[in-house]
Ligand binder design. Structure first.
Ligand SMILES: [Zn+2]
Ligand SMILES: [Zn+2]
Length: 256
């Protein structure tokens, strides 16, 4: 199986590289396909694509698709946030992701930094991290109906800063119940789940999203899985994906 990646960010959002640099790297690595998935516009988010930038992104990816069509198949996708506010009709596929949880008059970032995470739990949840997890997974469980995504992005992103269960216990009954309900809802939807190594590339985790007990549930339910590097830097375009290529349910390509 030759590896492709469909979760790729560029300088149109918070990625480091121009799209063409990523195309050239994917060709160098022998990828049959490369899918771009810029962060959808979200009104309160500084790291996403702007409204004007979204149009430029779409036209640049389409131009590169033609320019490199003899060397690689380029796919135009988007990572549509739960609170994304632009339509997704122009994209070949949609990754649906939860990056924010609304709380009182704040939009809490799930993955911005460990200190922001801790401050949110302390000040807005009275130290009850499981309440934060419950509200996060309530949104995750609705990501298909909200975005009509083809792919669920980083199912348990809330564990980004929890390596070694340093902030909460993912075997806690409240955590298992919240994650389990979201999983059950999404297993009933026509979606693919990511095996996402993005936090490994950035040094936060040693294993991909989702963690093992969730992965085993997905495998037990014969859910389709897609390897994804959540690339923000071309040096990590296929970050550790080869380690997981033989898992049951892994799709070699994203269908048209
Ligand atoms: Zn994401
Ligand atoms: Zn992403």
């Amino acid at each position: 199986m030759t590896l492709s990646n469909y979760h790729t960010h560029t300088c149109y959002c918070d990625g480091k590289d121009r799209p063409e640099e990523l195309v050239r790297e994917a060709i160098r690595l022998g990828c049959p396909e490369l899918g771009f998935s810029g962060h959808s516009h979200v009104s309160f988010d500084d790291c996403c694509m702007t409204v004007a930038g979204t149009e430029q992104y779409k036209s640049e990816i389409c131009r590169l698709r033609e320019q490199y069509r003899d060397q690689i198949r380029i796919r135009l996708g988007v990572e549509q946030d739960y609170f994304g506010d632009l339509p997704t009709d122009d994209y070949e596929y949609v990754i649906g992701s939860v990056h924010y949880v609304p709380k009182e008059d704040h939009m809490l970032s799930v993955d911005l930094s460990a200190s922001d995470f801790d401050a949110a739990v302390a000040t807005l949840y009275g130290g009850d991290v499981y309440a934060f997890a419950e509200e996060y997974y309530a949104l995750v469980g609705r990501i298909y109906e909200k975005t009509e995504c083809n792919i669920v992005g980083h199912f348990d992103l809330i564990t980004k800063f929890n390596e070694g269960n340093c902030r909460f216990d993912t075997s806690h009954p409240r955590y298992r119940k919240a994650a389990g309900e979201a999983l059950e809802a999404l297993l009933a939807a026509p979606v693919i789940f990511e095996i996402n190594t993005g936090a490994i590339a950035r040094g936060y985790r040693r294993t991909p999203y989702p963690e093992n007990w969730i992965l085993q549930e997905l495998i037990a339910h014969k859910a389709p899985l897609l390897l994804s590097s959540d690339c923000h830097d071309k040096r990590f375009l296929l970050c550790e994906l080869e380690k997981y290529r033989d898992l049951p349910g892994i799709l070699e390509r994203l269908e048209s």
